[in-house]
Design a protein around this ligand. Structure first.
Ligand SMILES: Cc1cc2nc3c(=O)[nH]c(=O)nc-3n(C[C@H](O)[C@H](O)[C@H](O)COP(=O)(O)OP(=O)(O)OC[C@H]3O[C@@H](n4cnc5c(N)ncnc54)[C@H](O)[C@@H]3O)c2cc1C
Length: 452
């Protein structure tokens, strides 16, 4: 008789853990999944989903303005934050229940408790109960953080709290230059909050194509967002019913809220990794091999806790590949090299493949095709907003190495471009593809001139 209570014990019911648990159960494994907060994890409860709902909400302000040029009268429109929160929470509750149902329908047992690792096959639950499993999967995700030594750090919020603010501030300072910071800057600005984005680097969205970064920063400024780069926060103090944020350059900004979005740290603190001799990276992430296996034979890890590429579809793929490898007799790895992605900034970004800088550092000859134009809608709306499209092409093989778009529906385009780039499409094949007219995306197959 087996000495194990379960074949698999998953710690964390987020994107990666739920997928791994469901697939392993379908492969016939006896599975338990522990969750300390809410099933669905970051993406569903306080990440992608509520964020995108907020983005939709915030875009209506411009839609109402743009409608006037098309003959609409849009007087007396108003916005109610409480209604948005209530409806968002209802949708999150619905998804949370759907995730629970799906896990249970797959035959996995759900344990709503925190779990920690005792030894290579034993997990302890918050209630004190110990369970033994043949395999343990760590899928505990990551959390936002506020620098430990920042004076006044207790006055700052993170994305977690931004989803539950009692009321919208008149002004907000957002600290950070990554995708979460720029997305929330667009959300708050669209909802009528004076928004200041502070970033200590030279330009927002480090790691993205430089043309895209510069284009987005310029467009965000046109929409009224104040972007200050090359500065950091020195101190936050309470001021009235808000805060006063003093910067490293000596300037000070009064605001109703200050939100930190300067990165996320893997949830490994207090997890018991030391009990099995797992050291982790200096950043606190768990090291794994291509099959998501740690240095301990029976312990695997997927998703943000491994700090590979911290996106929901990646966590899901890693969880699925783990279950197929360990319980499906089908060893599977995940390709982390070509990941299409969107930033739900305003305007939106969509990107896949290499940036121009990455391509130039790895390829002898690189051709760039670039266009910037006013989207058709704005000929009547009168809005001063431009769209940017850029193709990065290997000049020797003609293969498209990267596509970068800023403008409406860029994320949707990135998904489809991801297929073409994954298939190794050449620029000649892009050119041979018939255009869809009138769309913005047709520019992708009609760019003829190399940019100098
Ligand atoms: C504001 C925001 C916006 C985002 N937007 C996007 C987006 O647009 N697109 C995208 O692809 N990605 C987005 N992400 C990233 C995405 O949410 C994560 O990459 C994804 O959720 C990672 O999944 P995971 O399974 O690794 O971890 P999570 O989804 O974080 O799940 C981990 C779970 O483990 C639980 N847990 C932790 N420790 C324990 C323990 N000891 N015992 C029991 N349970 C535990 C946690 O409560 C959590 O539910 C966003 C993230 C944030 C914060």
């Amino acid at each position: 008789m087996s000495t194990f209570d379960y074949d698999l014990f998953v710690i964390g019911a987020g994107s990666g853990g739920v997928r791994a648990g469901r697939i392993a159960a379908k492969h016939g494994a006896k599975v338990a999944v522990a969750e300390e907060y809410r099933v669905g994890g970051t993406c569903v409860i306080r990440g992608c989903v509520p964020k995108k709902l907020f983005v939709y909400a915030s875009k209506f302000a411009e839609e109402f303005e743009d409608a006037v040029g098309f003959g609409w009268t849009t007087e007396k429109v108003s916005f109610d934050w409480d209604t948005l929160l209530e409806n968002k929470d209802k949708e999150i509750d619905r998804l949370n229940k759907a995730y629970i149902r799906n896990l249970e329908a797959a035959g996995a047992e759900l344990i709503l408790e925190r779990a920690t690792i005792v030894d290579q096959n034993t997990v302890q639950l918050a209630s004190g109960r110990k369970v033994r499993a043949r395999y343990i999967l760590v899928a505990t995700g990551a959390s936002p953080f506020i620098p430990q030594h920042l004076p006044g750090r207790e006055l700052a919020i993170t994305s977690n709290e931004a989803f539950h603010l009692e009321r919208l501030p008149r002004r907000i300072v957002i600290v950070g230059g990554g995708y979460i910071a720029v997305e929330f800057a667009g959300i708050f600005n669209g909802l009528g909050v004076e928004t200041v984005l502070l970033y200590r680097g030279e330009q927002i969205l480090r790691g993205f194509d430089d043309d895209l970064r510069n284009h987005l920063a310029a467009e965000m400024k046109k929409k009224g967002i104040e972007i200050r780069t090359g500065v950091d926060v020195a101190e936050i103090v309470r001021s009235g019913d808000g805060v006063r944020v003093t910067l490293t350059d000596g300037a000070a900004i009064g605001a109703g809220q200050v939100m930190y979005a300067t990165g996320r740290i893997p949830n490994t603190f207090g997890l018991g990794l030391e009990n099995v001799g797992l050291q982790g990276t200096p950043h606190g992430a768990i090291n794994v091999d291509a099959y998501s296996k740690t240095e301990v034979e029976s312990i695997y890890a997927v998703g943000d806790v491994t700090n590979r590429v911290n996106l929901t579809p990646v966590a899901i793929r890693e969880g699925h590949a783990f279950a197929d490898t360990v319980f499906g007799n089908k060893p599977t790895t995940v390709n982390h090299s070509l990941i299409p992605t969107a930033v739900f900034s305003q305007p939106e970004l969509g990107t896949v493949g290499l940036t121009e800088a990455q391509a130039r550092s790895g390829h002898a000859k690189v051709d760039i095709y670039k266009t910037s134009f006013r989207p058709m809608k704005h000929t009547l709306s009168g809005r001063d907003e431009r769209m940017l499209m850029k193709l990065v092409v290997d000049g020797e093989t003609d293969r498209v190495l990267g596509c970068h778009i800023a403008g409406p529906d860029a994320g949707e385009m990135a998904q489809l471009l991801g297929i073409a780039v994954t298939c190794g499409a050449t620029k000649a094949q892009f050119d041979a593809t018939m255009a869809v007219h009138p769309t913005a995306a047709e520019e992708l197959v009609t760019m003829r001139e190399k940019s100098k």
